[in-house]
Write a protein that binds this ligand. Structure first.
Ligand SMILES: NC(=O)c1ccc[n+]([C@@H]2O[C@H](COP(=O)([O-])OP(=O)(O)OC[C@H]3O[C@@H](n4cnc5c(N)ncnc54)[C@H](O)[C@@H]3O)[C@@H](O)[C@H]2O)c1
Length: 275
């Protein structure tokens, strides 16, 4: 018996990184899984984004658990693509019970980050994309009357500033913190309105996670190398965690073990927010 037997999960940004980990772990515990991921590069992002091969790898890993998989190349910045993807999942799997609104970009380094395009892409992905996802899944979840759970991926940037030099006040980096703060407002309102339908909405707050978003030469050279002592420190004196460490918290929030937990932001940050 898995915690998610008979459930259908939708994971945005699940071609790799944390989203892939959530998708595979949900399948391991019994869920059929749909992933929406853009699987291509944005001009505003300096590090390499995911590819169709990454999505195929997620599919392989999900299917190894004997679960159904639906991979959709789609862009959460585009409301019509999000709505079409949700319709496709509902038609194929008969509904959606669990949602990870996880897709995100961090265009904080290089000339890319200095352009206003980086602001617009980041707000469109990390904030509008979460809203479009919540807006698209809500009617079906309410109508089916089976309850459900949503976890949005925030960041320690939802609660604190990280700009230790003026170069970091760039459009990409500023949009990241603004969007990650904004998703908390989405969470609170959706949690309030959907509680009576047995639908819970929470946010996970990761500190550094070892994915290509931060484990890349640009982040290391342009942000970490110059950083003053204690920048992004945590009380456990630990480096970046693994995607599976975030999945542990996400699956808890999606599960019945958290059946009375809604409207909360759960840090998995080794105490970063205490420093
Ligand atoms: N890695 C960290 O240190 C860290 C820390 C805190 C929060 N986060 C957040 O965690 C989430 C997952 O990031 P990750 O660390 O796995 O990074 P990642 O870059 O490995 O994964 C992000 C995925 O989102 C997809 N994506 C990006 N824009 C998209 C769009 N417009 N439409 C659809 N898919 C899109 C990418 O293609 C990629 O597969 C993000 O929201 C990120 O902001 C990451």
């Amino acid at each position: 018996m898995g915690r998610f037997d008979g459930k259908v999960a939708l994971v945005t940004g699940g071609a790799r990184g944390q989203g892939r980990s959530h998708a595979v772990r949900l399948a391991a515990e019994g869920a059929d899984v749909a992933v929406v991921d853009v699987c291509r590069q944005f001009d505003s992002v300096q590090y390499a984004m995911s590819t169709p091969d990454d999505l195929a790898e997620t599919e392989k890993l999900v299917r190894e658990h004997g679960r159904q998989f639906l991979g959709i190349q789609g862009d959460v910045r585009d409301v019509e693509q999000v709505e079409a993807a949700v319709r496709q999942v509902e038609e194929q799997f008969g509904g959606i019970d669990l949602v990870c609104a996880n897709a995100g970009i961090l265009p904080s380094t290089g000339p890319h980050a200095q352009r206003l395009e980086a602001w617009f892409d980041t707000v469109a992905t990390n904030l509008s994309g979460v809203f479009f996802t919540l807006r698209a899944v809500t009617p079906g979840m309410v109508e089916r009357g089976r309850g459900g759970a949503v976890v949005i991926t925030g960041s320690t940037s939802s609660f604190r500033g990280v700009a230790y030099k003026t170069e970091m006040l760039n459009p990409g980096h500023m949009a990241y913190g603004a969007a990650k703060s904004g998703v908390l407002a989405l969470m609170r309102n959706y949690a309030m309105a959907l509680g009576r339908y047995g639908i819970r909405v929470n946010t996970v707050i990761p500190a550094g996670v070892d994915t290509p978003m931060i484990s890349n030469e640009f982040f290391t050279r342009d942000l970490q190398a110059d950083a003053p002592p204690g920048w992004m420190a945590n009380v456990m004196e630990h480096g970046p965690v693994q995607p599976g460490d975030i999945s542990d918290a996400v699956l808890f929030l999606l599960s019945d073990q958290a059946k009375f937990v809604t409207g909360t932001a759960l840090p998995v940050d080794m105490g970063t927010l205490l420093v």
